[in-house]
Design a protein around this ligand. Structure first.
Ligand SMILES: *[C@@H]1O[C@H](CO)[C@@H](O)[C@H](O)[C@H]1NC(C)=O
Ligand SMILES: *[C@@H]1O[C@H](CO)[C@@H](O)[C@H](O)[C@H]1NC(C)=O
Ligand SMILES: *[C@@H]1O[C@H](CO)[C@@H](O)[C@H](O)[C@H]1NC(C)=O
Ligand SMILES: *[C@@H]1O[C@H](CO)[C@@H](O)[C@H](O)[C@H]1NC(C)=O
Length: 374
């Protein structure tokens, strides 16, 4: 792998606000090193996407369209799966090693379609090339339970993808619960088949979902981008952990308050936590810096990871300017850029490490990096 860039961010950042007690000094200083290109226990698995988290100490990644071939990247197709899920670095293996689950060497699709989603693809794909897709590019929020296994929660978008025009129309999100068994693999259930509709609001949770720091809420981050004005950013919804399956208990950040008024909050200019161009990424709490961080790829296909951090340790407070975290070099394939950048704050050996992944080689391979904070 050829991608290796590192930088210090000092020159680009505003100073942290007074009152923030950080364990390590902001702005972050760091180096970046390659981990490698992913390799599955199943041979000849090619896919894009990313996003994930850690359940019961098992590091998990989700992927989008996954092709298994009879041999090599140009081999004939043996299996095709809309979404897949894998353990990463299981049992002390390197972090580029994934453990897939399936049969006949083809990973199983973990997140099911509903009957009418399947029906849509069956009736449309052969005639107009459009299929219903569930591409799980978002983080997993992990709920520890006092006695017993962790429960993962994630929100994934469902869209219609027209393969002729290569365009995607978002429909709605689904909320899933995930359990993880080391031997049989992760198990995913769509406990809320449809949570938010694209027609009513940005898709809260489809960018990232996390447990709030020292609060009994689930945070659901959305992203938006208005190409004509080159503007956009992140919005936030929250739900009590005790009732995340009940949308009536969700509230939305307006810039000054949490309101149950979805429509008002979703269009309030001040409701953007920060303004930025984001395609994929993650928001998470950093124990090492004692604040929230956001890591993302933008919409300009520049194959670069960017980072921001909350200046006051609060998700709704001020955020830093954008900092370049790591550049990656596009490798081979039809596309001259990498995409699907994601961060995994729980994959490293401690809070000083931040593992990153991105899709390379035109959608076939997954590259991984490790950021080490000083
Ligand atoms: C796969 O096919 C592409 C397009 O023909 C070619 O550029 C690439 O070198 C091939 N890769 C391998 C590993 O054969
Ligand atoms: C499936 O049915 C639900 C409920 O009627 C509807 O909201 C949704 O849009 C349908 N999905 C597709 C892909 O047609
Ligand atoms: C898919 O895109 C093609 C090319 O733009 C268009 O002709 C077709 O109507 C689209 N199909 C659907 C179902 O929207
Ligand atoms: C969902 O939350 C609303 C608002 O608190 C409440 O009135 C309703 O009973 C809840 N529904 C369920 C199924 O718990």
């Amino acid at each position: 792998m050829r991608c290796l860039l590192h930088t210090t961010a000092a020159s680009l950042l505003a100073s942290p606000a007074l009152g923030l007690v950080a364990r390590a000094n902001l702005p972050p200083k760091f180096t970046v090193e390659p981990i490698g290109i992913q390799s599955s226990n199943f041979p000849d698995v090619y896919r894009d996407g990313g996003g994930g988290g850690t359940i019961n100490g098992l590091n998990i990644m989700t992927f989008s369209d996954t092709t298994t071939t009879t041999g090599g990247i140009n081999g004939s197709m043996k299996g095709f799966t809309d979404n897949t899920i894998a353990y990463v670095g299981q049992n002390g293996a390197s972090l580029y090693q994934t453990t897939d689950f399936g049969s006949n060497g083809v990973p199983t699709m973990p997140i099911p379609f509903t009957q009418n989603e399947t029906q849509y693809t069956t009736s449309h794909f052969p005639t107009d090339g459009t299929r219903c897709v569930l591409w799980p590019q978002s983080s997993i929020a992990t709920l520890p339970t006092p006695s017993g296994p962790d429960l993962g929660i994630a929100i994934y978008p469902i869209a219609l993808y027209n393969s002729t025009s290569n365009t995607q129309t978002d429909l709605y999100t689904t909320l899933v619960e995930i359990t993880a068994d080391p031997a049989t693999g992760p198990n995913v259930h769509r406990v809320v088949p449809r949570l938010f509709y694209a027609a009513e609001s940005p898709l809260y949770g489809a960018f990232a979902a996390i447990l709030a720091h020292e609060s009994s809420h689930l945070y659901l981050f959305s992203k938006e981008w208005h190409a004509p004005t080159l503007s956009g950013g992140i919005r936030l919804a929250r739900a009590p952990i005790s009732s995340y399956k009940n949308r009536s208990t969700y509230t939305y950040w307006t810039g000054t308050a949490w309101t149950p008024d979805l429509a008002a909050a979703s269009t309030a200019p001040a409701g953007l936590l920060f303004e930025a161009s984001l395609s994929t990424g993650d928001v998470f709490w950093s124990d090492y810096y004692n604040t929230y961080m956001a890591v993302y790829f933008n919409n300009f296909a520049d194959s670069t990871f960017y980072m921001r951090y909350a200046l006051e340790g609060t998700v709704t407070g001020a955020w830093s300017e954008e900092v370049v975290l790591a550049g990656t070099v596009p490798g081979g394939g039809l596309q001259g850029y990498n995409y699907a950048g994601h961060a995994y704050p729980t994959f490293g050996v401690d809070g000083r490490e931040l593992v990153l992944s991105y899709t390379v080689a035109g959608g076939a391979l997954t590259g991984m990096l490790r950021v080490v904070f000083e």
